[in-house]
Structure formats: structure tokens, C-alpha cells
Write a protein that binds this ligand. Structure first.
Ligand code: G
Ligand code: G
Ligand code: MN
Ligand code: NA
Length: 253
């Protein structure tokens, strides 16, 4: 309850910020994308981990204004980088509630127009729960309208929800992000290895790019490269970092 009341107004008090974690193309090794991740430095509680405040934000509905702040800030940052010659697409997490509560298409149109960011430079990460709760085809319609704006769509934490092969075919998805729980033991656990293989193969068949999350070791990277995973993200390459650190590290000199 304390978290909830303090999170309310955190954006206005300047306590929220975004960190960025790079994704790399596994073949070329080039920077492909930056995932924006919320951080909260509370005047009262100090640094609060997203694992603690995101669930509270989702239960209380605060994720709607907080998520809107994150989207706006990520677009502002990406456009500021792009205008100065550092064009890196940004990926923003959208919770299922943001998707159902308000019209995400209208919000995206507004934020893109405000920031000036070309839609092609923005990716939205949705969880499987968004796709599963498709009562009456409303979700498919919204995803199509989002795609029509020119943004790309990724499924986050893929494999942890109630996947159905039908919706992957039906929905206009560009990327599958393989959950880090499956990646952790790929080099040693045959079942996890089989699952990751299957997702990569599925991506190939459906022409959806695959990203392995939580890559922490050379052994995991080797496995993913051999199997033809398209992209990688994880501590082995870089942790989430401030915008200034990200720019210092990845803007070409
Ligand atoms: O950053 P971390 O590394 O600790 O993120 C923890 C969780 O918080 C992840 O599940 C991530 O998807 C979620 N998260 C981080 N930033 C945002 C955001 O801006 N919006 C939403 N909805 N979730 C976020
Ligand atoms: O749910 P989502 O995938 O958006 O959340 C990403 C979360 O995973 C963030 O909390 C981020 O800090 C974390 N993360 C990113 N790379 C790694 C990694 O290599 N190992 C672990 N354990 N966590 C990671
Ligand atoms: Mn994510
Ligand atoms: Na994820």
C-alpha cells in the first residue's frame, strides 16, 4: 500500500527514469535495439526494484499513467538520439492492462506525433496474456492498427504464458523474445535446449525473428548461434544502463 501511494505522483516528482539494455544481431554483432526498462528512485524508499513496484502498479491500475510516462520518455530519448545521428530503435514494455484499459492505438499516435519519432524506430513488447485475452477479436484489430502505424510488435517472456500456435499465425508479430528461464540452462539441460530449439524453428517457419533473453555466458551464446537464433540480450553483453551510459558506449565515435 505504501508503494502504491508513493508511486502515485512519482513521475511528476521526477523519481522515475528509464534504463536501456542493448539487443544485438547474432550474425553481424551489430546493435539492433535498446529495451527501455523503468527505474524508480523514491525519495522515501530509495531505489525500488521493478520486480516489486511493477506488480503493484499493475494491480492498482497505476501502470496506465506510469507506462504512458515510460512510452513518452523512451520516444523522446530515441528521437533525441536519432536527430543527432544515433538512430537506435527502442523497445517499450506494455502491460496487458494498458492494452485493455485505454486505446493503445490512440496513445501511440499521440506520443509518436509529439516526439517526432518515426514509428519504425519503436517496438512494443507485449506479453502473451495480451493475445490470450482476445474476447471477440478486439485484440487482433488493435494489433493490426498498431502495425499500420508502422511500429513493430514483440512477444515478451515467450513460452511462459498460454501459447497457442494459432494466434502466432493470426497476429502480426515481428519478434519472439524467448524467456530467460528457458535460456538459463540451455547448455546443460536437454529439455530447455529442446524448447529453445523449437521456438527458434517456429520463428523460422512463421518468419518471426527470435531474441534470446538473459544470455549470460559464452556457452549459451554458442548454442544460440549454432541454432540460428536471430538476436541476443543479456548480462553477457551489457546490463541495463542509463541513457548517458548507453550513448557513451554505443554511439559510433
Ligand atoms: O528491469 P527489470 O529488469 O528488473 O524489469 C523487471 C520487470 O519489469 C520486467 O518484467 C519488465 O518487463 C518490467 N518492466 C520494466 N519496465 C517496464 C515498463 O515500462 N512497463 C511495463 N509494463 N513493464 C516494465
Ligand atoms: O520481462 P522483461 O523481459 O521485460 O524483463 C527483462 C528483465 O530481465 C529486466 O529485469 C532485466 O534487468 C533482466 N535481465 C536482462 N538481462 C538479464 C540477464 O542476463 N540475466 C538476468 N538474470 N536478468 C536479466
Ligand atoms: Mn521486456
Ligand atoms: Na522478457
Amino acid at each position: 500500500l505504501q508503494i502504491q501511494s508513493l508511486l502515485h505522483g512519482a513521475a511528476e516528482r521526477g523519481e522515475l527514469c528509464l534504463h536501456y539494455q542493448p539487443q544485438f544481431d547474432l550474425v553481424s554483432g551489430e546493435l539492433a535495439c535498446a529495451e527501455a526498462l523503468l527505474r524508480w528512485n523514491s525519495a522515501e524508499l530509495g531505489q525500488v526494484s521493478p520486480a516489486r513496484f511493477i506488480p503493484v502498479a499493475e494491480e492498482s491500475g497505476l501502470i496506465v499513467p506510469v507506462g504512458e510516462w515510460a512510452l513518452r520518455e523512451a520516444c523522446r530519448q530515441a528521437e533525441s538520439w536519432r536527430r543527432t545521428g544515433f538512430a537506435v530503435p527502442v523497445a517499450v514494455n506494455l502491460s496487458a492492462l494498458q492494452f485493455r484499459r485505454s486505446d493503445p492505438v490512440e496513445l501511440l499516435e499521440r506520443v509518436l506525433a509529439e516526439s517526432g519519432l518515426p514509428a519504425a524506430q519503436l517496438e512494443l513488447e507485449l506479453t502473451e496474456s495480451v493475445l490470450v485475452q482476445d474476447s471477440g477479436g478486439g485484440t487482433l484489430e488493435r494489433l493490426r492498427r498498431l502495425k499500420a502505424l508502422g511500429v513493430s510488435l514483440a512477444i515478451d517472456d515467450f513460452g511462459t504464458g498460454f501459447s497457442s500456435l494459432a494466434y502466432l499465425r493470426r497476429f502480426p508479430i515481428d519478434k519472439l523474445k524467448i524467456d530467460q528461464a528457458f535460456v538459463r540452462d540451455i547448455a546443460t539441460d536437454p529439455e530447455d535446449a529442446a524448447i529453445v530449439n523449437l521456438v527458434i524453428e517456429l520463428g523460422r517457419i512463421l518468419r518471426i525473428r527470435t531474441v534470446a533473453e538473459g544470455v549470460e555466458s559464452e556457452a549459451q551464446l554458442r548454442f544460440l548461434a549454432e541454432r540460428g537464433c536471430d538476436m541476443v540480450q543479456g548480462y553477457h553483453f551489457a546490463r541495463p544502463m542509463t541513457a548517458a551510459q548507453f550513448e557513451a558506449q554505443y554511439r559510433a565515435p
